[in-house]
Design a binder for this molecule. Structure first.
Ligand code: DQA
Length: 366
């Protein structure tokens, strides 16, 4: 897969430019890092940086025929129609990336004139946004998605991946990210693609997050709605169902599948799941402020294993969500603590935590 990495105005000054916002990594270092991310996932990258709008447009035009573009248009994001038009003109799947959290800075940065032309916008994840953009392009190409709308909000959508000759079942995926806006469902896609390869249809759910109607009860409501929604989609309604939630998405998956009872979801899997909001809120860990916000809005202090089979898998070295969140449910759920793994390794199907999940799926779907 051939992908152009196109950086816009002032990104040549990375390293010295506003280090409190953009860090101290130079563009050359970033490009070296991107190459290192690209190689193992089979992506050949080329790089271009331009300070002028016309140069950006020409670089996009010259990218016609490529398999993807990753673009950080800098401040042109907020002013340029011609960049969006260029993307539409060449028809190359393009992911828009911003290093900083453009939704939490000056209000004019929250608007992108490029987003409509892009297949996805990733922001506020620092430099790793470029890695996630490459992964998204690879995963889109691996298994095509059909995005279904299950509610009125822009985030009430879910990506369906079907398998060609009849699925063994449907796996509903709920992403994590402490209910923050910058973390979206693309983080679950590598697992979704792996599962479709194993014969499962997948529905990768987006839901409202804090600051856009989410938090509590919004995020929980959305995930619950998805379970009702699949009953209305003819090609999905007859399939057996499992739910897999990562991190904060584990909290939502456990809560929603328990509300629906075993009738609907035959297996619930938490990957490094948050199960104890109260202890997270009391800690000084990442996510504590968001946990407090959910609790203050009436979210349950803890979620437990319900009547359906529940498997909780946690990396022993997880320093974001401690393994105690899974271990506390040991009496009612199957719990696997996997040595040598941290929080984000749970999203990689090559990890040692994944075979137990796949085995549990085949057990409930057989
Ligand atoms: C940026 C955000 C833009 O608002 C800004 O003008 C940039 C960089 C980012 O990567 O966070 O130049 O795109």
């Amino acid at each position: 897969m051939r992908v152009l990495i196109l950086n816009g105005p002032n990104l040549n000054l990375l390293g010295s430019r506003e280090p409190e916002v953009y860090g101290t990594t130079t563009l050359a270092d970033l490009e070296a890092q991107i190459s290192a991310w690209a190689e193992p996932i089979g992506v050949v990258v080329t790089f271009h940086q331009a300070n002028h709008e016309g140069d950006m447009v020409e670089a996009i035009q010259q990218g016609a025929g490529l398999d993807g573009i990753v673009i950080n248009p800098g401040a042109l994001t907020h002013t340029s129609r011609s960049i969006g038009d260029a993307i539409l003109s060449v028809g190359v799947p393009t992911v828009e990336v911003h290093i900083s959290n453009v939704k939490q800075r000056e209000s004019w940065r929250a608007e992108s004139l490029v987003a409509e032309a892009a297949v996805r916008t990733i922001y506020g994840r620092g430099f790793s946004g470029y890695r996630d953009a490459l992964r998204h392009l690879v995963n889109r190409e691996a298994v095509p998605i059909r995005t279904l709308r299950y509610g009125p909000h822009a985030d009430n959508v879910a990506d369906l991946r079907l398998v060609s000759d009849g699925a063994n079942g449907l796996v509903i995926l709920v992403h994590g990210g402490f209910w923050l806006r910058e973390w979206e469902r693309d983080t679950m896609e590598t697992l979704a693609v792996d599962l479709t390869g194993k014969g499962y249809a997948t529905l990768n759910v987006e839901y409202r997050r804090l600051g856009e109607g989410g938090g509590w009860p919004g995020s929980g409501h959305d995930v619950l709605t998805v379970l009702d929604f699949v009953d209305q989609v003819p090609e999905l309604s007859m399939m057996s169902r499992a739910m897999i939630g990562h991190s904060a998405g584990g909290y939502l998956a456990l809560w929603a599948s328990n509300r629906q009872r075993a009738r609907s979801v035959g297996l619930t899997v938490g990957l490094a799941a948050v199960t104890d909001l109260e202890s997270l809120a009391r800690s000084d860990r990442a996510g504590s402020a968001q946990a407090r916000e959910l609790l203050d809005s009436g979210a349950p202090e803890q979620v437990d294993a319900g009547p359906a089979k529940t498997l909780l898998v946690h990396g022993e070295d997880d320093d974001l969500v401690p393994r105690s969140h899974s271990i506390r449910l040991g009496a009612a759920a199957e719990v696997e603590v996997v040595p040598g793994l941290g929080h984000f390794e749970m999203l990689d199907p090559l990890g040692e935590h994944w075979p137990p999940v796949v085995n549990a799926l085949s057990a409930v779907f057989s």
